[in-house]
Design a protein around this ligand. Sequence first.
Ligand code: KG4
Ligand code: ZN
Length: 323
Amino acid sequence: MDGNIHTNASHVHNITLLAIESSCDDTAASVICDGKILSNVVAGQDVHQKYGGVVPELASRSHQKNIVPVVDIALKIANRSINDIDGIAFTQGPGLLGSLLVGNSFAKGLALSINKPLIAVNHLEAHVLAHLIDNPNIPFPFLCLLVSGGHTQIVKVNSPSSMETIGKTIDDAAGEAFDKAAKILGLPYPGGPLIDKYAASGNPLAFKFSSGHVPNLDFSFSGFKTAVLYFVRDKMAEDATFIDNNLSDICASVQHTIVTYLLSKLKSAALQTNIKHIAIAGGVAANSGLRNELQLMANNQNWTTYIPAFEYCTDNAAMIAIA
Ligand code: KG4
Ligand code: ZN
């Protein structure tokens, strides 16, 4: 020993959090240690498929059934025991009340039992902050197009704790537009990923659907949904095999209409705010058409884009943990 006092980083206790997400139809848990995601477990719910949408009562029941095993697996994958956890984060809202209550009560009970703090997280802020998982140095301010099954917003993100919504949908969310178009085509819920899949082999310009006309940076999808409904109804009246014979082209056209509409508003927002750091978030950010067309627009507009990994786009608890 040389007698000097050495500081050693390993003396600093790492902060380990358990995060729980249960706002809609996915039961999710994640363990994070000093900003690094150690596990990210999601249990989906197939029970809603045949109903063409999430049935709130069934969602809460599934959360009740799944939450203990999901948390247990998240701890095991992270190689941590409940005694290693320094705090518990949970989704406070927005979301389905019964679903939120399951995660909320479970998190409260667990936090009380280990005598550790409880941290309430906003689901939408978490979708936006999911970018910090893979991009801890993302520059502020950036614009984020937040597109999910429940929300469609353009958010000006000034800092992790300061966000302004500068545009939003006045009716359906973009994810709902995908899901409702899919339902019209006879595809199971949630249809967004299936439209994406069939669109890959279709012609995006095969059919024309009108998109919403609302001013400013706001969105409307109800007219689009009606346009798809009437189009399909009329074509099927002429030829009952129309959907089967044209599924890829219809899906590609539906996807192209939604994506073009989203990006035209995003472009206006970028020009108005003079921000060139552009992010997308939420379940619809997993859409390959949106990802590709965003990249083309970015090249054209000199944007730097931030696109989260697939697993951090749709509902997950890693985003709750990082938030
Ligand atoms: O963020 P999320 O998992 O849950 C909500 O907070 O709503 O988003 C779910 C939505 C659903 O509407 C689903 O159809 C849509 O995201 N979605 C997609 C894709 N993956 C998920 N929509 C289009 N293409 C995809 N690949
Ligand atoms: Zn979500």
